[in-house]
Design a protein around this ligand. Sequence first.
Ligand SMILES: O=C(O)CCC(=O)C(=O)O
Length: 335
Amino acid sequence: MALRAADRLKVVLNHLDRSDVSLRTSFISAQNLSHHHPEAFQYTFDTGVLSPEQRLAYKEDGFILIKKLVSEEDVNRFRNEFERICTRDVKIPGLIVMKDVTIAKSEFVQGEKAVSKLQDFQEDEELFRYCTLPQILKYVECFTGPNIMAMHTMLINKPPDTGKKTSRHPMHQDLHYFPFRPADRIVCAWTAMEKVTRQNGCLVVLPGTHKGPLLEHDYPEWEGGVNKMYHGIKNYNPNHPRLHVEMEKGDTVFFHPLLIHGSGMNQTQGFRKAISCHYAGADCHYIAVKGTTQENISKEVEELARRRIGSDTTVSFQDTWALRGRLVQGERTLL
Ligand SMILES: O=C(O)CCC(=O)C(=O)O
């Protein structure tokens, strides 16, 4: 099913935000336009949901953007639940409430304004409803196959930058955090909870980098400090074309776990909210990470688990994932 160069160009142009013409054209190489390889569809399944053009776009870029996928009403419900968690003392098992490194120490910042991220909200039925939305799962299935696990959940409330640039998220690959494979059966759904722009720190992606290997990550050496667990890639090509993914409320981007991405500083006075879930095919398997580039994050996660559980019981990196993963469709086979 060969796509002509002109068709391919049309697909990519439609796929991307119309406001960013220079970036849009910069990463479409002549080679992409003129060749169509049979391995084009190794990244996705044909479930009748993605068009051949969308499958090819995902193969080339490592992400696809679906406009208006989550309703205004649902996004508002998630926003209300976030406020409820921040302002009332509701105890959600397993939920991690994170603060920006520069406001963490301030006793003057309270409630929603003190929280930069909720992580692991799988036991909060209202927020977890996001991970089960049929219109999201319909797309997720194209990447994971029919047995779907929701592995990692986040609500990111990027605060106005305090001047120390700590609201940035360093460029990274999400696979660094995951001891399961294959990578192609993992996908992130990231939904904007309001308009996201370069000004308030939208996602920044390096299209096509999902075809490369998992790179070495560590804490970046930033003068103003770095948020906990915000590892960044130590070396990546700074000249690789980057794309700022500006989105409207409810728009959703699906991206590959090897895609290099991050987000910029929030230069506005408002908080930039997004909700996301990493899904994996339940048929994925756990891998050992000792001796690999993931050993540093596995040790950090195991140490955190030890401190949270407060005992000498060792919870392995793999177990921390097996414990928080929840089946959202089909059968829990391996994960
Ligand atoms: O929402 C953001 O600013 C970036 C989130 C992200 O890339 C992540 O948490 O892995």
